[in-house]
Structure formats: structure tokens, C-alpha cells
Design a protein around this ligand. Sequence first.
Ligand SMILES: [Zn+2]
Length: 273
Amino acid sequence: MTAKVAAGSVMDFIPFATRGERLFRRIRDLCRVEIQIAAEIDRRASLIDREELGSNFLSTTQAFSMFGRLMKGARWARSEMLKSDPVAFDSYLTDLILHECHVAVEQVRRILPLLMDALEVCDKSPSPALSREVRDTHPDHCIYCGRNSTEADGKRLTVEHVWPSSLGGDTDFENLAPACKGCNSARNHAALWTEFWFQGFHVRPRPSQNEVETFDSTKYRIAVMLFRAERDSQAKSLKEALYARGPIQSLELEGRTQPVDFIDVAREARKYY
Ligand SMILES: [Zn+2]
């Protein structure tokens, strides 16, 4: 459990990225290459609209899904196998990467240390002192909805892992921010990102009414907000990107007949294509 990212790795140069995010980005880079190849092969008889294909969004969807399954399997193996059979644990992780990420064997050597790194910081809570520091040095409002504790529910704001702890988010100052209990539980760990992408909202030019209703919830607004922040966070931490974007009000739908966020996201996809 002590493997570190090799010195000089491109992943070292992402400022403030948590360990889980470095792993995710590696997987996403691999997905992008794979999707570009698939797009070439499938050029003539594509079932997917070309506008959707080859975009950041498709590779992000695929990467989130792989990454989520990988972390889940690795956390399970850590709790079931690590102490009793460390050798089996190592080979389980190798098989897991091959199985979940569909990568060539040589890629496993690049992914495994990142996975070990992410696993090392998984499921940790901030100490009381660190929580206090986060509360004392941030604006007194929820990073997602912008309400302060009185406006939210009268309870003290919780301290939230911006990149989820269950997905290898470090428990350090750069990855912690105040959030209200409502948003914290609406977010429901990391599930929302993968759920959001699984449902394919990002590639539909026009969502169904059902999708609009689903989308009109704190959970999905946070999903969009996190996605956009992650996309913009090349040069800064995800937390900084969230603060720069401002609270969730900016994602309010302009009435149900005009689901602007869906259309906006589809437009974004075209930019990348
Ligand atoms: Zn909130």
C-alpha cells in the first residue's frame, strides 16, 4: 500500500489533484484514445450520432463508469483480502484493472500505483482540528447551494470532501470545503456522477419530460456543477474551480419548458467534436 506515482509522471503536474482524481484522469486519457480509434473504425456505420462521438463527454462517461467500478472492487478487496493474503490482493487488483478498464497489460503497470495511492487515502475523515481549520478559513456557506447554516437547516455546516473520499479524495485542506447537510446527503458520495452519465443526459439535444424532472433536483444540479468544475480544473483544484463557478443558483433551470442545462451540455459536446 505504499506504491507512489513514479517521479516525472505527467500526473505529478496536476496542481492539487487528489489521488483519486489522478487515477480517474489516467483512465479518462486511455478512454479518449480508445474512443478515437473506435470512431475511425466505425466511421461508416455508426449507431451513435457523430456529434456525440469522440467528445470529452463520451470518454468521461466511460471513464467514470470504469473508475467507479474499479474503486468499488478495490475497496472491497482491501477490506476482505489485504490483511489475510497480500499476494492475492495484489493479483486481484491487477485482474480488476484488466477486467474493468479493458486495457493492455502494460497499462496495468501505470494504473496500479495510482490505484494503490487512491486506495491509501480512501474513506478517511478529517480530524477535528482540520475540520475547524476548514470552517474557519472558508466563507460561511455551503459550497454547493450557497446557503449558510441558518438558511440551510440551522445546523452547523459539515466538512465535505470535494473529490469524494470513497473515490480516493485526499483528506487535506485542498480537498475539503463546508457543505450543508442537505447537499452533502443529496450528493450521496460519488454515485451521482456515474448515475448522471449513465443516464446519458449529456448527449441528448432534447431531454424527455421525465429527464427534466429528474434533473430538477439538488443531486443532479450538483452533478452538473461538479462535472463543469472538473472540466475546468486543469490548473487548479476542483474546490477552487467550484468556488470560482459560484453556488448552485447559477444552474437553476429557466422553467421546465426550457431545460437550458441539457441544451448547454449538448452544445459543449459539439465544441469538442
Ligand atoms: Zn447546500
